[in-house]
Design a protein around this ligand. Structure first.
Ligand SMILES: [Zn+2]
Length: 46
């Protein structure tokens, strides 16, 4: 599943959500599903 850390913004793989989502890099306990907001949709400028 695609998660990302709200603190370091790194993508984190959570295999067992029931254990508690936690960032393995910084230890932050707030992970969000899917992608960071930095994913910008490209708009066609014509
Ligand atoms: Zn983190």
């Amino acid at each position: 599943m695609g998660y990302y850390c709200l603190r370091c913004k790194r993508s984190v793989e959570i295999t067992n959500e029931h254990q508690g989502a936690r960032c393995p890099y910084c230890g932050f306990r707030a992970l969000r599903k899917e992608r960071p907001e930095e994913v910008v949709k490209k708009v066609k400028a014509e």
